[in-house]
Design a protein around this ligand. Structure first.
Ligand code: CU
Length: 151
């Protein structure tokens, strides 16, 4: 009798564990679905550069861009521009069913102390890191120094 009870509670525990596993994998499916478009870096004129792109979130879950890394610089930060002055921020919001737009004159990725100066036509690899989504690798095409597309 005792033994049977033990077996029963063990199988209940197993079922509960399986249910938990199933639950966490289905919440993975609810991760934000992010797409990157319009990425570019204007050809740098000094040893610093800006990066611009749009991140579209086609899901009902908001996310945040928390950091950017690149092989071209060990000092990559994210900046917003207020009153024509830029300042570093710790993250950018990516609203649910919305977008985060990094554009000239506004928010941007900042690359300091470039290890090399990329030329127009080259590509600069970066990796975007998010609060919830997996990192996304993007190649930034290097455009003319004054490049400023209107979306
Ligand atoms: Cu900046």
């Amino acid at each position: 009798m005792n033994r049977r009870t033990t077996t029963l509670s063990a199988s209940v525990a197993l079922a509960a564990a399986l249910a938990l596993t199933g639950c966490s994998s289905s919440s993975d499916d609810g991760k934000p679905e992010l797409k990157v478009s319009g990425a570019f870096m204007p050809q740098p004129v000094m040893d610093m550069a800006g990066g611009f792109l749009t991140i579209t979130n086609d899901s009902g879950t908001a996310d945040k861009l928390t950091s950017v890394t690149s092989t071209i610089s060990d000092d990559v930060t994210i900046h917003e521009t207020k009153n024509q002055k830029m300042q570093q921020v710790t993250s950018f919001d990516i609203p649910a069913n919305g977008e985060l737009k990094l554009a000239r004159g506004g928010s941007h990725i900042m690359f300091m102390e470039l290890k090399k100066k990329p030329k127009q036509g080259e590509k600069v690899g970066i990796e975007l890191h998010f609060e919830k989504s997996d990192p996304i690798k993007v190649d930034l095409p290097v455009e003319a120094a004054g490049h400023n597309p209107q979306h």
